[in-house]
Design a protein around this ligand. Structure first.
Ligand code: AMP
Ligand code: MG
Length: 315
């Protein structure tokens, strides 16, 4: 991978308060200097993202985040040690240095250390945290290639660093640390099972009760333009329907009679399904069908996060 001239251009753009398309292992991000409110405002405006939906800040390592967090609970340190760099975001009490725009006025900031070598190189060279939500218009399918970022945001973004297709393909897992203990706010690239192996039981946040703590967890998100319906394994779609529809499958079965079909992982690999999810949704969205049927995955491992994305895409 050649980082030279593009990396220099990215650094100059970020310093000047501009945005840059950035590959990470989860999905492509739209990055801006987290400490410049005008730069952060640009992210919201390009994405058409509502200001009540806070952003995740990124650094090359935990030391790079230390100046912005007042306190690291023991459990947060344990999972950071185990999973960073990687697809895990922690919600921690913030210092005033972080602009209110980044956290939507909340006293907590979402922090992550991404693993992608190009993201690492940029963050290390920049030396300040970058706010970087997914590089798609608000509510739409997250981009997992540089071409998908171009397709989503076009000329509004002066530079998209191309780091190849994302190796995880799902957004980060988000964990908060209230007194009640580690709490999952969003399922993502690190499974609950993996977290629990490190930190013991993880609570699942109840949408109603804890919505205020995760304002961005809207029921509709990750949505194709084509209406999408989630179906159970083996659930029958009538033949006349199939001819006008696309099928997003999982596992060894073959979907017959659909106008278009993709299989997230014939071999039932959750990791493979995660990598394929957003790219296949994009393809089927472009297939000119009336509806996309997506098969629900088993509710364990990364299947939990994939089902969460499908449910929001269907809402
Ligand atoms: P993304 O859209 O992948 O950039 O992730 C941003 C999401 O992280 C938001 O929609 C929230 O659900 C969550 N988040 C970010 N900051 C906070 C925060 N300070 N407190 C709680 N959740 C947050
Ligand atoms: Mg997003």
């Amino acid at each position: 991978m050649e980082f030279g001239p593009d990396l220099d251009r990215a650094l100059a753009l970020l310093r000047a308060g501009n945005v840059v398309g950035l590959p990470t292992e989860t999905v492509y991000g739209l990055a801006a200097d987290a400490l410049q409110p005008e730069a952060v405002a640009r992210i919201f405006s390009i994405k058409q993202r509502p200001f009540f939906d806070p952003l995740i800040i990124h650094a090359a390592d935990r030391a790079g985040l230390a100046p912005y967090v007042t306190h690291w609970p023991e459990a947060a340190l344990r999972v950071a040690e185990a999973f960073w760099p990687g697809p895990l975001t922690l919600i921690l009490p913030k210092r005033p240095l972080i602009p209110d725009l980044v956290t939507s006025g909340l006293p907590f900031v979402a922090v992550r250390v991404p693993a992608h070598p190009l993201a690492q190189a940029l963050l290390r060279a920049y030396g300040r945290p970058l706010a970087a939500p997914s590089a798609n218009r608000f509510g739409r399918i997250s981009p997992t290639t540089a071409a998908a970022v171009r397709e989503e945001l076009g000329e509004a973004v002066p530079l998209v660093l191309d780091g190849g297709p994302c190796l995880v393909g799902l957004e980060s897992t988000i964990v908060a640390f209230p007194d009640a203990g580690p709490t999952l706010l969003r399922a993502g690239g690190i499974s609950v099972e993996a977290l629990e192996a490190v930190v013991g039981p993880v609570r699942l946040a109840k949408r109603e009760a804890e919505a205020a703590a995760a304002p961005g967890q809207l029921p509709q998100h990750y949505a194709p333009r084509t209406p999408l319906r989630v179906v159970a394994a083996g659930e029958d779609v009538p033949a006349p329907e199939r001819a006008r529809a696309a099928f997003l499958g999982w596992g060894p079965g073959v979907a017959e009679g659909f106008a278009a079909a993709r299989n997230l992982s014939p071999a039932e690999s959750f990791a493979e399904a995660a990598v394929n999810l957003f790219a296949f949704l994009r393809e089927l969205d472009g297939a000119g069908v009336e509806r996309i049927y997506a098969q629900r995955l088993p509710e364990r491992d990364l299947g939990r996060a994939i089902n969460d994305r499908l449910a929001r895409a269907a809402h």
